[in-house]
Design a binder for this molecule. Structure first.
Ligand code: ADP
Ligand code: NA
Length: 321
């Protein structure tokens, strides 16, 4: 994840962290806070450094174990930038120009606001993946195209220079793990939402979280029922409820049958606060001791670099550097 805010939001937690936490039980997992990627957006240096630390603390607080998985800051492992350069020499200009995320973002930023870094972002992402001989990449649907590019680059390199990379497979997260904004339940909940009234921050005070849920947009029908098209607000809250309790949506519908939205929201607020409260406490405790957090991140970066440098050395050798 990019360190693009002080706090992660419920979508990051449900759509990414919960799954990563499970994956680390069966896989040798690498997780990074991608601060180099964050430079493609305007940043204040002191704030970027702080957001990077805060994002890492929230990974750990949410259950990513730095003793089991490798959890590091992207820029601490220089091989990412180095491999990205090599891969950029294998990437077609037109090929990179076809990335829909670039098209969307460059349209928003305009001709002068669009940097070459934004253009080559997917190439850096390919390096992030390929350095670790990655088998699977858990991503949202919106990142699928970037993983396809990564596969193409891996195959191209392997056939041109000899096998250096595992060709990774994207594992697309289920649509049911997609969380929407509480005030605008047809758009994705995001760290970079224009207003935060509909964003549930992992580090918000519990009372604030509860208030946001009580004010969430619903509809005039009055029944707690899953119907994405006609009841996006209620459906979104059902998805959050289900994700955090492990209950099936029909079970939750039954529980709230004949009861109003007020009751349902109160129930959901309790569920979210019970889940996020302890995560928030752990994150704040970690942030209280920045030296220790930095030590953990440095040790993990060292572990990451060991693997990454092995791949990079092989690549340098194969291309004639
Ligand atoms: P944001 O929009 O909050 O900046 P990112 O684009 O940095 O989020 O995504 C970080 C991770 O969180 C990705 O794995 C992404 O799929 C996941 N994610 C972000 N927002 C949501 C959401 N609303 N629902 C589900 N997953 C999400
Ligand atoms: Na983002």
């Amino acid at each position: 994840m990019q360190p693009s805010a002080d706090s992660l939001q419920a979508g990051n937690y449900i759509g990414a962290l919960l799954q990563w936490r499970d994956l680390q039980q069966t896989y040798d997992a690498f997780f990074s806070v991608v601060d180099l990627h964050a430079l493609t957006q305007p940043n204040n240096p002191a704030e970027l450094r702080e957001k990077t630390r805060r994002t890492a603390a929230q990974y750990i607080a949410a259950g990513i174990e730095p003793s089991k998985s490798t959890l590091y800051v992207q820029s601490h492992v220089p091989a990412h930038s180095e491999l990205a350069w090599i891969l950029s020499t294998l990437t077609g200009f037109g090929e990179a120009g076809r990335m829909t995320q670039f098209k969307d973002k460059s349209q928003r930023y305009g001709q002068d606001g669009t940097t070459v870094g934004l253009f080559t972002y997917p190439v850096l992402m390919a390096a992030d993946i390929l350095l670790y001989q990655t088998d699977i990449v858990p991503v949202g649907e919106d990142q699928k195209q970037h993983v396809e590019l990564t596969r193409d680059l891996a195959e191209r390199f392997n056939s041109r220079y000899g096998a250096a990379f595992e060709v990774p497979v994207p594992v697309i997260q289920k649509d049911t793990a997609r969380i929407y904004d509480l005030q605008n339940p047809t758009s994705k909940m995001s760290k970079s939402a224009a207003t935060d009234a509909g964003v549930l921050w992992l580090l918000d005070e519990p009372s604030k979280t509860a208030k946001k849920i009580m004010r969430a947009v619903t509809d005039s029908e009055g029944s707690v029922r899953y119907d994405r098209e006609n009841k996006p607000g209620v459906s979104n809250m059902l998805v959050i409820y289900a994700a955090l309790t492990g209950k099936q949506i029909p079970t939750i519908e039954d529980e709230y049958a004949g009861r109003g939205y007020g009751d349902f929201k109160k129930g959901l607020a309790e569920v979210v606060v019970d889940e996020f409260g302890p995560v928030r406490e752990r994150a704040l405790a970690l942030l209280d001791d920045p030296a220790e957090l930095d030590r953990v991140l440095a040790a993990n970066a060292e572990r990451a670099a060991e693997v990454a440098n092995r791949t990079l050395a092989d690549v340098y050798d194969k291309v004639g550097l």
